[in-house]
Design a protein around this ligand. Sequence first.
Ligand code: 5AD
Ligand code: SF4
Length: 442
Amino acid sequence: MTKRYHVTTFGCQMNEHDSERMKGMLESLGYGETAERADADLILFNTCSIREKADERFVAHLHDAKIIKRGKPGTVIGVGGCWAQSMKDLVFEQFPFVDVAFGPGQVPKLAEFLTTDSITAQGYFEFEGFPAHLPTKRDRPHQAWLQISVGCNMKCSYCIVPSTRGRESSRPFEELVAEAERLAADGVVEITLLGQNVNAYGRDLRPQPRKFAELLHAVDAIPGIRRVRYTSPHPQDIKQDVVEAHRDLDSICEHIHLPLQAGSSKILKAMRRTYNRERFLDRVEMIRAGVPDVALSTDIIVGFPGETEEDFQETLEVCEAVQFDSAFTFVFSARRGTEAATFTEGLVSREEKVDRMRRLVEVVQRNAHERAQRFVGRTMEVLIEGPSRTDPSRLRGRTTHNKAVNFQGFGEPGTFTQVEITSATSQTLMGEQSLVDLALLR
Ligand code: 5AD
Ligand code: SF4
């Protein structure tokens, strides 16, 4: 009988992509996927440790797996990703029912474990480069991730990632272009380039260093690739050549995720973000001068140690000045092993953090709502993703700005259509399929 696996993924797109590679690898070993964790012979978790909440959520799931294993002792439990890496062998001490643990991206180690009949629990926590050429089982046939680098050389004082994903290392340029070509041949129309700091891509390549903008040009040139996205850039490294790629190349989407983190230069310094408020605003100006209609999204942390009410006001001011199209907002959470976890001065109380979050979300949503109104009345190209989550009689898709669109119409997932936008909230656009496209369908 075929062995069955079940994977639960937490965290970022990098993890989602790693899970697709785990699934591809498992299927090549003869495993089949099951929708129910309780039916699986192999229960896998791809974990995240970015904030305390992520840890708590995951540990509850792990407990569920433990109960399943109690009833079916042969079940193998595997834990991969950032939480596993940050815990290392402590995983086995604290959770003795875990059979295998491995760091982010170490998918081949999982294969090694499964194919060697190991009777003892195994942990794999060495940093190794990117294991290429693994089969991938994509969630959406027409959309693909392409990981362009591993690791991160920045030292943001709040962030656990440099310690879980190691030093930055770029994948060879030719290898990436060849993979993008294979994806296009396989029917992929949208590629998202993934890295912890994508615009640092290529500086470490030898003998020929490369630039991120060069990679954008090369992927844009591949026939069939209609949309190229990337995440995440660091505001420090976003340069004119990347803005020009957005302006000049058809496939590079009109969306940039530019993580602000805080609006106060003092807090940015304590975060080791390497830019100050003025420099961030200057980057935004440069981007908007090149691509006036660009959608900007961001990440913001409130309640960092030492953040006073005045510092927080500066975050609100930057939000009002930039008018982000969307923002992910987080309450600071001390992470094991990070510099900020050792800060003891100016700690912000729980109540204050919650209150700042509430006030920030208000500003973010009002601005996003106002910004979204510019789309109303326009007819926009939408990549169809499937039925709407809230109303299955409607379709859902995305514009180049990465705005979700809910609309009345017809079309297969993975195809493009024109939608006239009739209204907009801070999160979603609503619309009707253009009559021209409807006529084509008849
Ligand atoms: N506490 C709160 N938010 C954090 N982030 C990263 N580390 C922390 C932390 N310790 C946020 C940052 C980052 C996003 C992915 O998560 O805003 O950009
Ligand atoms: Fe992704 Fe960071 Fe979570 Fe790791 S800790 S999965 S890099 S979000």
